[in-house]
Design a binder for this molecule. Structure first.
Ligand SMILES: *[C@@H]1O[C@H](CO)[C@@H](O)[C@H](O)[C@H]1NC(C)=O
Ligand SMILES: *[C@@H]1O[C@H](CO)[C@@H](O)[C@H](O)[C@H]1NC(C)=O
Ligand SMILES: *[C@@H]1O[C@H](CO)[C@@H](O)[C@H](O)[C@H]1NC(C)=O
Ligand SMILES: CC(=O)N[C@H]1CO[C@H](CO)[C@@H](O)[C@@H]1O
Length: 652
């Protein structure tokens, strides 16, 4: 419905109003009419549309009507379609008649200055700032939805700092990371005296956005942070004032992710009062994670003194897969191998702009500065999330995301985030920090699932699960570490007469027979416990991701308790802790027994995964990573290409 405004006229007078095209003016005819009048007539300038209605809202007269009978609650409704060329050039006159007299006994006049005022944004998300979109003031999810999008400008086009950390725009490239907003005005060269336009934001929004005004060569911050409102001139007849909106923070649980900008046309009386108001809405773009099923863009690994051999093998693997490899060199690693744990690659997106965005964990060990110093840059954004740094569960080996799933009819087209914590509702144990959880929940588009991972010494979900792409079923398989399947395999080997075969044969130091493993009661009990923990997570994953048993593949892995730890870690290199780049899997070499020159653990994995079109490469990470309680996945990272689905097209 059009915005309505009631204007009161007086007989014998001319009343001037400023009129915004698209609105409707209502004038009461009966109340100001002189006594003993029976009839009235309305005349108007050609491009003024008048209609007359009674208390029943039925239209009783068209414009330029002849005389009409006056009765109670007769209203005149006025609309104008064309802008004024000079102030007060649109006129409406109401004449009152008594008896059969030819001449009116009195009359009242309305003089209108018709203008266009429209605050415009890209409400239909096509990259164009259309004129006066009727949906510009609200947000709706989905491909048929609407509402403009605001990127958090967390990259670095300028020389220092993150772009949105100050109230300046130092380089023009930075404007591409902002959302445009245009104030369009049309009308006579000047507004009648006493009117002005004002833009404003509400107090909670000042931390979320700042708005720059672009004039000739100058960019001035006009709204946001400490500035709540700004006056805007209406100087010319046909004018566009360009603004650029910059997002300041990613969505968090304490606020709504919507930002509202108000436009008021004010009349200066005793105080300024609004005669016309409208608003536009922006939604802060979330940070989005990328599952293993998305195409890799860049693979990361660290170089330290003791991983030279691993690095050589790993380089060969990435070359075979033909992806770009970035090696974090000595000078940037501070001897920290665990690049999976320090950072999580993701992205943020608006209709015209894509930003890689790295989330930096609270872990802050040797690689602490890597993301800020070496990844943050042009179109590569950065966010740091707070949390207790000494809690290993706050490392991002404990932060994963599933491929897209549908659960009981509910779609998660960008997948669901998976994090590990202590057993639900238990008071003790290590928990992933609330700050991280809240941040992930607030992004809203990848609704997190919490698993139980505190039973592990390191405590990361990537120690017992991963996802690989598959051509059939749901487009992927969930791989779960499985002591049971390992024991089954070893029993079979024993039955086949290979009980004396040695594990770790190619490793220096400890070697162990299959029979010794099968007979080790302590190890058996420990793994029975581990299997229970994984089974519990299996049920949660089946329920929360809508999976069937056929979507899950068990990978033989055993866990044990090292004497200096109270919790468990992988006994032999944990094959689930693999890197997935396209169809290529870089899997920790398990160093199982060699039967006729072949490792049955490797064979079991190959025969489960190769039929899915996956290419398995077993990489020796024993001395470099395994003995330090991690494997290939923990020591690598992958930046991936984004989903083709735009997050705002999700139905939430
Ligand atoms: C309005 O409607 C009521 C009931 O339909 C009718 O009695 C009355 O005469 C109408 N009033 C006018 C002014 O037409
Ligand atoms: C944890 O507590 C919540 C709320 O009381 C309950 O809904 C949920 O089922 C509990 N979870 C477990 C695993 O007991
Ligand atoms: C059983 O396995 C545990 C865990 O690896 C080990 O500490 C222990 O020495 C083993 N016991 C025997 C009898 O081999
Ligand atoms: C392989 C290697 O030497 N790694 C380096 C990691 O970073 C530290 C600190 O810069 C260096 O001392 C290490 O040599």
């Amino acid at each position: 419905m059009s915005k309505q405004r009631t204007v009161y006229l007086e007989c014998g007078k001319s009343t001037q109003v400023l009129y915004v095209i698209g609105t409707v003016i209502n004038v009461d005819i009966y109340k100001p009419s002189p006594p003993l009048c029976q009839a009235f007539q309305v005349t108007s300038s050609p491009d003024v549309v008048c209609s007359i209605s009674d208390r029943n809202n039925s239209n009783i007269a068209a414009q330029s009507a002849n005389r009409w009978t006056l009765s109670e609650e007769i209203f005149l409704e006025i609309k104008v379609d064309q802008v004024s060329h000079t102030p007060n050039d649109k006129k409406v006159t109401v004449m009152f008649y008594r008896g059969d007299l030819a001449e009116p006994i009195d009359q009242m006049t309305l003089e209108l200055t018709a203008i266009i005022v429209s605050l415009d944004v890209d409400a239909d998300r096509d990259g164009i700032i259309e004129k006066n979109n009727p949906n510009k003031g609200s947000w709706k999810w989905g491909s048929k939805g609407h509402g403009a999008i605001l990127l958090v400008n967390c990259d670095r086009e300028e020389d220092s700092g993150i772009d949105n950390s100050d109230d300046k725009v130092s380089v023009l490239e930075d404007l591409e990371d902002m959302s445009r907003m245009i104030l369009r005005t049309e009308g006579p060269n000047n507004l009648p005296d006493g009117y002005k336009l004002k833009l404003s934001i509400s107090p909670p929004d000042k931390e979320k956005v700042q708005i720059f005004r672009h004039d000739m060569t100058k960019m001035t911050r006009v709204l946001g942070r400490t500035k709540m409102s700004t006056d805007v001139e209406f100087t010319k007849g046909n004018n566009e004032i360009h603004f650029f909106a910059e997002g300041l923070v990613f969505p968090n649980v304490e606020m709504t992710k919507l930002v509202t900008i108000h436009l008021d046309l004010l009349q200066k009386l005793h105080q300024d009062i609004p005669i016309f108001t409208e608003q536009v809405i922006f939604c802060l773009a979330p940070w989005i994670m990328t599952p293993n099923t998305l195409c890799p863009a860049e693979v990361f690994v660290c170089s330290v003194k003791y991983n030279v051999k691993f690095l050589e093998e790993f380089r060969g693997f990435v070359e075979k897969a033909q992806y770009k490899l970035t090696v974090c060199p000595e000078s940037k690693n501070m001897s920290d191998l665990w690049i999976q744990d320090e950072i999580e690659f993701g992205y943020s997106e608006a209709p015209c702009k894509f930003l890689n965005v790295v989330l930096d964990s609270p872990r802050d060990r040797g690689l602490k500065d890597y993301a800020y110093k070496y990844l943050l840059g042009s179109d590569f954004g950065y966010i740091h999330v707070a949390g207790e740094e000494r809690n290993s569960l706050n490392s991002f080996g404990n932060l994963e995301v599933s491929p897209p799933v549908t659960v009981n009819g509910k779609e998660y087209p960008l997948g669901r985030i998976i994090i590990g914590s202590s057993f639900p509702n238990s008071s003790g144990g290590r928990k992933i920090s609330k700050a991280i959880q809240d941040f992930l929940i607030a992004q809203e588009v990848q609704s997190p699932i919490v698993l139980f991972s505190d039973w592990l010494a390191v405590g990361h979900v990537d120690e017992f699960m991963t996802f690989v792409p598959a051509p059939d079923r749901k487009g992927f398989r969930l791989l779960l570490a499985s002591p049971d399947s390992c024991y089954r395999l070893f029993k079979k080997l024993k039955e086949e007469g290979y009980g004396e075969a040695l594990m770790f044969e190619k490793q220096n130091g400890k070697q162990v027979k299959i029979n010794e493993i099968l007979n080790n009661q302590t190890l058996h009990e420990m793994n029975a416990f581990v299997q229970q923990c994984i089974n519990w997570n299996r049920d949660v994953l089946k329920m929360e991701l809508g999976l069937d048993e056929g979507d899950i593949i068990d990978i033989p892995v055993l866990f044990h308790q090292l004497n200096y730890l109270t919790k468990v870690s992988a006994y032999f290199p944990d094959m689930v802790n693999m890197i997935v780049i396209g169809k290529f899997l870089g899997i920790p070499k398990p160093f199982g027994p060699l039967i006729n020159g072949k490792c049955p653990l490797e064979s079991a994995v190959r025969s489960a995964l190769e039929p899915l079109g996956l290419d398995c490469t077993f990489i020796d990470n024993f001395d470099s990573y395994h003995v330090r309680l991690g494997e290939v996945h923990c020591g690598t990272n992958v930046r991936r290409k984004p989903f083709t689905l735009k997050w705002w097209n999700m139905e939430i």
